[in-house]
Design a binder for this molecule. Structure first.
Ligand SMILES: [Zn+2]
Length: 516
């Protein structure tokens, strides 16, 4: 219990500033985990020693070298103007009267009329602007400068997550104040200079991997994510006040502390019939990036893995209900016997059969590995700055650690556990959908389209023959560039509709028929 307390108090300290992936807080946590792995006698099993770096593509960003000048005056990105993210990179300079629409010059467009005339509920302003830009480009326009002189909000902004095809010419939004100041008389020429460059914003995360090599044919993987929300910069906090450190004591300093303690116990006196891999994942809070990267780029042979145990939020065992949720129960026929083998259980187990869920075991389940997911439950401090050290039930976490240790002991003669598929847990259910495809999207995919991570048994996608790894590029007449545009497209269908889905499977493109 003292070890757990020590690990937790360090990881959930303000000094680590919420352990956000890609920050100094992540670095401090990594260094601490490495130090404990070393002390416990684990060997390094990452790519750079214990560390396994990976990249998170956060989409496009306007490069610092970009600029817009009118009559020699530098305008400010965001305050004065912004490009639409579908714009290509350019650099040019023109004298132009905004009222003109001539070949070889930039064009100007007041979007007030487009907004006012369009009452269609599914009117897509963004797409309409791209169509305008395409038409203008065909007539020789070098850029399309847009502004809104009306009172109707247009909702346009720079969206770095946009993965739709580029518009042939840049589309630059000028804010009202800029138009008022510089375009007082549209027949009067202005000098306009544009340099636009967009880059991909890349964030680096690191898993920390330690290993106990018992020269055994099989390996047990234990995992817990150590990253958390930082100050809430990634919009995944439930906190509404000023920016504050999210210490994430339960989520998931608790699971990380349990992982570290289990590494000590298993090195010291664990059964030698398995090897043990201990993985502290990063990038979990952004969408299982670390575990997904690990299972795509494993530093151990995944084919030798007997099973994986994930601990995510194991610090709040309720002393009155004494109930813990164990997910992944359906992923192996062996779990029933192994989990309930003890006459006197230290807590009640509430089972959840699904191999998927909102944490890192999902990535291993996707590789046909039996998983278990230990979780003491949600609480009001979840994803808030108040998820703090002093609210942890240390005795409860100690029970869980000891129980997992005994459970691993019970598997020492089982070799590789048999795997079985389970139902998929619905991770996105929203009232705006009247139909469901049964597709689990890969949220980490950064190409154009929606990459299918898995399909639910018996749902429309599976019936249509859609498979994991397929990339959906069209749903009916709606192009799909990302998870968001897929969701938008899906919301246009209702029960009993049938439509065509365009897919990329490897290098091949195919069409399938889906009925909802
Ligand atoms: Zn978590």
């Amino acid at each position: 219990m003292n070890n757990l307390k020590q690990h937790l108090s360090y990881l959930a300290d303000d000094r680590l500033e919420g352990r956000r992936t890609g920050t100094n807080g992540e670095q401090l946590a990594m260094a601490y985990i490495q130090k404990v792995f070393e002390k416990n006698g684990l060997s390094a099993r990452g790519k750079e020693g214990y560390f396994q770096p990976f990249e998170i593509n956060e989409g496009r960003a306007v490069a610092a070298a970009s600029l817009l000048m009118i009559n020699g005056n530098l305008l400010q990105l965001e305050n004065d103007f912004f490009p639409l993210a579908c714009s290509p990179d350019v650099s040019d300079e023109h004298m132009v009267a905004p009222a003109l629409s001539e070949s070889g010059l930039p064009w100007f467009l007041d979007i007030e009329d487009m907004l006012a005339n369009n009452t269609h509920p599914h009117f897509d302003l963004y797409q309409a602007l791209k169509d305008k830009a395409r038409d203008a480009a065909a007539k020789g326009a070098t850029a399309l400068y847009i502004y809104n002189s009306g009172s109707q909000a247009d909702g346009l902004k720079y969206d770095g997550a946009d993965r739709s095809p580029r518009s042939g010419i840049p589309i630059i939004y000028l804010k009202a104040a800029v138009v008022k100041k510089w375009i007082t008389d549209p027949t009067h020429p202005i000098e306009i200079k544009l340099r636009l460059q967009q880059t991909n914003k890349i964030r680096k995360g690191h898993n920390v991997v330690g290993y106990i090599d018992n020269q055994a044919p099989t390996t047990v993987v234990l995992g817990a994510h150590f990253d958390h929300l930082g100050y809430g910069e990634d919009n995944n906090s439930r906190h509404t006040g000023d920016a504050a450190i999210h210490n994430g004591a339960d989520d998931n300093a608790s699971g990380t502390a349990a992982l570290l303690e289990l590494s000590r116990m298993l090195k010291k006196s664990g059964p030698r019939n398995h090897n043990y891999a201990f993985i502290a994942f990063s990038g979990e809070e952004l969408g299982l990036y670390g575990s997904r990267y690990f299972t795509e780029n494993p530093t151990i042979a995944l084919s030798d893995v007997s099973y994986m145990i994930n601990m995510d939020m194991v610090g709040r065992l309720n002393d009155s209900s004494k109930t813990i949720t164990v997910g992944g129960f359906g992923t192996s026929p062996s779990w029933q016997q192994l989990l309930f083998a003890e006459k006197k259980m230290p807590f009640q187990i509430k089972i959840d059969s699904s191999g998927t869920g909102p944490s890192d075991h999902t990535s291993f389940y996707r590789k046909d590995i039996p998983v278990l997911f230990f979780f003491t439950g949600l609480h009001t401090d979840y994803h808030k700055p108040s998820d703090d050290f002093e609210k942890i039930n240390y005795a409860g976490t100690t029970h869980i650690v000891n129980y997992i240790y005994r459970l691993i002991g019970r598997t020492s003669n089982n070799g590789k556990l048999a795997f079985q598929k389970t139902r998929e847990q619905q991770t996105t259910t929203s009232a705006r959908f009247t139909v469901s495809m049964g597709i689990m999207p890969d949220y980490t995919f950064s190409g154009a389209g929606l990459r299918v991570d898995g399909v639910s048994e018996g749902k429309p996608a599976q019936k249509a023959g859609i498979k994991a790894g397929d990339i959906v590029t069209m749903l009916g007449s709606y192009p799909v560039y990302s998870v968001e545009s897929y969701m938008q497209a899906l919301s246009k269908f209702k029960k009993e509709d049938a439509t065509q889905v365009k897919l990329k499977r490897g290098e091949t493109e195919l069409m399938v028929e889906v009925s909802f």
